[in-house]
Write a protein that binds this ligand. Structure first.
Ligand code: G3P
Ligand code: CA
Length: 316
C-alpha cells in the first residue's frame, strides 16, 4: 500500500508530540474535545477545557470569534444569545444585521458588537446547568494558557468572511497571537501540538503561508465535494481534511484517497447523547477509527474515545 511520505511525516509529528505530553497513548488515533468536554460542561469555558484534559483528550478545540475591540474569544456561534445571558444583561443591544444560518428566529446579539470587557460580564454557564453559573467565555490567550503543555490546541477560524465584511482581518489577529506565544516554533509544537481548522479555503491557504510549521485541515460540511479531483486540489494547501461523518459514510473511499495524497482525515461530531444506529458513541467512534480508518475525530465526550478496538466495540 503506497503511503505518501508527507502523510507519515504529518502523523509522525503528531504522534511524537503527543507522546511527549505525559505519555499519552502512543497511538496515531487522536481525540479532539469538541468545544471542550461539551457533553458534560458548558462549551468553551474553563470547566469544559479542564474536564477535556482530565478525560485524556489529545486536543482541545477552540472555535474563534472576534470582539469589537479585536480580541479573539472562544465561541462557536457568531452571536451570544445561545450560550450566554446577553439578552438579560444587554436587552437593548440586539444586533440590526441579518444573521447567516444561525437558524434561530428572534433577535441576535453579534459577538463583534461587544467589547471584551462587556463579554466578560456575561454568564456562559447557567444556560447549560445552574451548577455552572458564573462561568465565563475564554479569550484565545486564556485557552492557550490553560491547555498549553497539557494537551494540543485545535483552533477553528470561524466565519472569517463575516469579519472581513466588517473590515476585520481575523486570520491576521490569529497569526499574531500564535506568534506572540511562539506556538509555531518546533520546540513548542513538541509539547503543545497545534492544528488549525476552517471551512474557509482562503483562511487555510493564508495560514499555509503565514504558519507553515502548523498542520491545517479544511473542514467539509455535509453535501460538500469530496471527489478525488477536489481532494487533489485540497492537498495543495492543506495537510488534512475534516469531512462530516455522513460524508465519510457516503463515500468511505475518501479516507484512502486522502491518505494516498498525504492528508490526514478527521471527522465530526461524535456525541454520547446523539441517537444513532450504533449501540453507543464508543462503538460509533470505533467503527470510524478502526473500520473506516480515519485518523482523528471531534467528540463532546473524550472519556468515551476508544484508544483501540475492543471486543464489545462491535458496531452492530
Ligand atoms: O470544527 C469541527 C466541527 O466542530 C465543525 O462543526 O459547527 O461544531 O464548529 P462546528
Ligand atoms: Ca468547530
Amino acid at each position: 500500500m503506497f503511503i505518501d511520505a508527507r502523510f507519515t511525516s504529518a502523523l509522525l509529528v503528531l504522534a511524537v508530540a503527543l507522546g511527549a505530553i505525559e505519555g499519552r497513548a502512543q497511538t496515531s488515533k487522536q481525540s479532539i474535545a469538541h468545544r471542550g468536554a461539551s457533553g458534560s460542561a458548558p462549551e468553551h469555558t474553563a470547566a469544559a477545557y479542564s474536564l477535556a484534559i482530565e478525560q485524556g483528550a489529545n486536543f482541545v478545540e477552540q472555535d474563534l470569534g472576534v470582539t469589537r475591540d479585536n480580541q479573539l474569544i472562544c465561541i462557536h456561534d457568531d452571536t451570544l444569545e445561545r450560550t450566554t445571558n446577553v439578552a438579560e444583561v444587554f436587552p437593548a443591544r440586539a444586533s440590526k444585521v441579518e444573521m447567516r444560518g444561525e437558524g434561530r428566529q428572534g433577535p441576535h446579539w453579534l459577538v463583534n458588537d461587544f467589547t471584551l470587557e462587556e463579554v466578560k460580564r456575561l454568564d456562559a454557564g447557567k444556560w447549560f446547568d445552574p451548577k455552572f453559573a458564573g462561568a465565563k467565555l475564554l479569550t484565545f490567550q486564556e485557552a492557550i494558557d490553560l491547555v498549553k503543555g497539557k494537551a494540543g490546541l485545535y483552533p477553528e477560524l470561524k466565519s472569517p468572511q463575516l469579519y472581513k465584511s466588517r473590515g476585520i482581518d481575523q486570520v491576521k489577529l490569529f497569526v499574531d497571537v500564535v506568534r506572540k506565544n511562539g506556538l509555531e516554533k518546533p520546540e513548542s509544537l513538541k509539547t503543545t501540538p497545534v492544528i488549525i481548522q476552517s471551512f474557509d479555503e482562503e483562511a487555510i491557504r493564508r495560514v499555509a503561508k503565514d504558519l507553515p510549521t502548523i498542520p491545517r485541515i479544511l473542514l467539509i460540511d455535509t453535501g460538500g465535494d469530496v471527489s478525488d479531483a477536489r481532494l487533489r486540489e485540497i492537498a495543495k494547501f492543506a495537510t488534512g481534511v475534516g469531512p462530516t461523518k455522513s460524508l465519510i459514510a457516503g463515500r468511505p473511499a475518501l479516507v484512502k484517497s486522502s491518505h494516498d495524497l498525504g492528508m490526514t482525515v478527521t471527522s465530526w461530531t461524535f456525541r454520547a447523547n446523539e441517537k444513532t444506529s450504533y449501540p453507543n458513541v464508543r462503538a460509533e467512534m470505533s467503527h470510524f477509527l478502526y473500520d473506516l480508518g480515519i485518523d482523528a475525530l471531534f467528540t463532546n465526550d473524550p472519556d468515551q474515545f476508544p484508544r483501540q478496538r475492543t471486543q464489545n466495540d462491535r458496531p452492530f
